[in-house]
Write a protein that binds this ligand. Structure first.
Ligand code: NI
Length: 135
């Protein structure tokens, strides 16, 4: 019997979507306002879910305190109030779209969570736009 447990978190960050190898005009056509050279911010909402068997001793799939601390250490401390393009090494050569941010978060969390459990990352860039990555 598998159960999914989830933890919500939040961070604010700035970004710019563009490709160095494209002209400003092409970047503008593809990325629109997100290509603003002076950057812009989003209030990101994150939901990390862990799916696995309930431990018969504790009754937990995963101790939520441990998940909370892990998200704080790996995501909030790395991304909150940062410029993703300039301050976060993962995005030096990778466009910080919601899709890529979700994959980076998943990759940062995966080594710290029991390999028997599946993990899923849902990232809201706006209240209406969100992406999901499960590996
Ligand atoms: Ni944006």
């Amino acid at each position: 019997m598998k159960v999914k447990v989830s933890r919500k978190a939040h961070f604010n960050a700035a970004h710019r979507l563009y490709r160095k190898d494209w002209s400003f005009e092409k970047n503008d056509a593809i990325f629109g306002k997100c290509n603003n050279p002076k950057f812009h911010g989003h209030n990101y909402d994150l939901i990390v879910s862990v799916t696995g068997e309930i431990d018969p001793e504790t009754g937990y799939v995963m101790d939520m305190k441990i998940l909370k601390d892990l998200i704080k250490q790996e995501v909030e401390e790395a991304f909150d109030h940062k410029n993703l393009n300039m301050d976060v090494p993962e995005f030096t050569e990778l466009n910080p779209t919601a899709e890529n941010i979700a994959v980076v978060i998943w990759n940062k969390l995966r080594p710290h969570i029991d390999p028997e459990n599946e993990i899923e990352v849902v990232l809201y860039e706006t209240p209406r736009n969100f992406v999901t990555y499960s590996g």
